[in-house]
Write a protein that binds this ligand. Structure first.
Ligand code: FAD
Ligand code: NAI
Length: 474
């Protein structure tokens, strides 16, 4: 028998599960199907997508454990805490990470029950249009729905001639499950995954070499932030090679040899126990049969959508990593809410210019809005307030004086155009900048807000004051 729903969401990642919950909250009879292969003890597909299973959450769990390990090894003694040399139990670290993943992915099934979203285990594929909407096969079951939200996400991009076995040569899936500290770890790509996973294993004692095809580092970040990040991470022991060309990767029983040409064209060999390939991600559209249904894709293989995530097909929407914009969980969630609200006839809103970016290294890096180099290229006259964490009592108290906050405001209107942070707690500090900028706030607005003392948020406050050369503590 064909089951019918008002809304069917294909894919249960952060975009999909949030869209399904919001649609159900708005009164629609809603289902969400998920086919992911991540191991579940009961053999069911897990909800939560890349983010919960093999992305944001497990990577942050490993970053936390290894951050504590590094503090215990290097920082405790300076505070008078004597514990001897810490040892890492990698299997316990991985088990803790798996427990968190399990708790959160199971929790989403609970949220579905609470909000009356029907969970359908199986791969969704378009069959065709009906009088009232669309017919979709979910596994072996035929489903009819008036509105379809495609939230099929992305997967790691692999490179020709570099087969990923997720044991010796890993993408993000294997990189999160490396079961012993590699003596030498090679990474292709100095992007977000390269920096985060490189930090994890470097902290535990691996020699980490990162090979990056581009001649520059973190080109999406503000130039000062990129420079400071490179300086700090290099000092921590990450080894970067920029402007390389990967020529061959050979795996053997013991490890991997990467042959590459350096920036001057000179041939080099890098031997390592493991290799992580983190060179970007590609949208998941195969097996959806959406092209046969007439769905338009762009040249990058993403589903083409308008500002409200409408596709070219009536009643078909697409959100998250499978469409344009940053591949971030919070962006996918925002679009999920927007689409559900648009289906309900509400305004729906997702401002792609107001999606914060965060890199969870030590120190953390976070930004919102435009970089100084972007604004310069656009010819916007700006004023800049830059204040180091070194000038903040709380940062000194918690032994984290590295980094700075850089605020950029329009020289004429004072409106904040970008906030760029490298420093402890940047991932949380950026939220205040997003809130002020979302309401088109000025540096003067932020300067007039009272910030608790002693807190890290005072650095943001000082940066706002510094925009008008009136910082009080720097
Ligand atoms: P996904 O999370 O990819 O979910 C899509 C789901 O759809 C998957 O479960 C897939 O199995 C399912 N699916 C696909 N096709 C079908 C089909 N035909 N039928 C049924 N189901 C289907 N982002 C952040 O914001 N912060 C971070 O800290 C962060 N860390 C990351 C760390 C790593 C290592 C990685 C790889 C990514 C990280 N990301 C992070 C990115 C984040 O995971 C993604 O942006 C986010 O998961 C995208 O959500 P989504 O719902 O669009 O897609
Ligand atoms: P990325 O796009 O961040 O970085 C990929 C890097 O690989 C780039 O610097 C690119 O120049 C380089 N590269 C491309 N081809 C190469 C080659 N052949 N050899 C060497 N280098 C090459 O992609 P990454 O790190 O794979 O992460 C994917 C996405 O997942 C991110 O863009 C982000 O959207 C998301 N993510 C977000 C996180 C966060 O929010 N903290 C954490 C991890 C991932």
């Amino acid at each position: 028998m064909t089951q019918s729903f008002e809304v069917l969401v294909i894919g249960g990642g952060p975009g999909g599960y949030v869209a399904a919950i919001r649609a159900a909250q708005l009164g629609f009879k809603t289902a969400c199907c998920e086919s992911n292969p991540y191991a579940d003890p009961r053999g069911e597909p897990r909800l939560g997508g890349t983010c919960l299973n093999v992305g944001c959450i497990p990577s942050k769990a490993l970053l936390h454990t290894t951050h504590l390990f590094e503090e215990a090894a290097h920082d405790f003694a300076g505070q008078g805490i004597q514990i001897g040399e810490p040892k890492i139990d990698v299997s316990r670290m991985l088990a803790r990470k798996a427990e968190i993943v399990n708790k959160l992915t199971t929790g989403i099934k609970g949220l579905f029950r609470k909000n009356k979203v029907t969970f359908l285990a199986g791969h969704g594929a378009f069959v065709g249009q009906t009088a009232n909407g669309w017919k979709v096969m979910v596994g072996k079951e035929e489903i009819e729905a008036g509105q379809i939200v495609i939230a099929t996400g992305s997967r790691a991009r692999h490179l020709p001639g570099i087969p990923v076995d997720n044991t010796i040569v890993c993408d993000n899936v294997g990189a999160l499950d490396i079961d012993a500290v590699p003596k030498k770890l090679a990474i292709l790509g100095a992007g977000v995954i390269g920096l985060e996973m490189g930090s994890v294993w470097r902290r535990l004692g691996a020699e980490v070499s990162i090979l990056e095809v581009s001649g520059s580092f973190l080109s999406a970040a503000d130039i000062d932030i990129a420079r400071e990040t490179q300086k700090i991470l290099t000092k921590q022991g990450l080894e970067f090679h920029f402007g390389v060309r990967i020529d061959a990767v050979k795996t053997g029983r013991k490890g991997v040899t990467v042959t590459y040409a350096d920036k001057d064209g000179k041939a080099n060999k890098l031997e390592a126990d493991r290799l992580i390939v983190s060179v970007g991600r590609v949208p998941n559209t195969e097996g959806l049969n959406a092209e046969n249904a007439g769905l338009k894709m762009n040249e990058r293989g993403q589903i083409e959508v308008d500002a409200h995530c409408r596709t070219n097909l009536p009643g078909v929407w697409a959100i998250g990593d499978v469409v344009r914009g940053p591949m971030l969980a919070h962006k996918a969630m925002e679009e999920g809410v927007m689409v559900a609200e648009c289906i309900a006839g509400q305004a729906g809103h997702c401002d792609l210019d107001m999606i914060p970016a965060v890199i969870y290294t030590t120190p953390e890096i976070a930004w919102i809005g435009k970089s100084e180099q972007q604004l310069r290229a656009e010819g916007v006259a700006c004023k800049v307030g830059k204040v180091p964490f070194m000038a903040n009592g709380r940062a000194l108290g918690i032994d984290a004086p590295e980094g700075f906050v850089k605020m950029i405001a329009d020289a004429r209107t004072d409106r904040i155009l970008g906030v760029h942070i490298i420093g402890v707690g940047a991932s949380d500090l950026i939220a205040e900048a997003v809130a002020v900028m979302e309401f088109a706030g000025a540096s003067e607005d932020l300067a007039r807000i009272c910030h608790a003392h002693p807190t890290l948020s005072e650095v943001l406050h000082e940066a706002a004051l510094a925009c008008d050369k009136r910082a009080l503590h720097f």
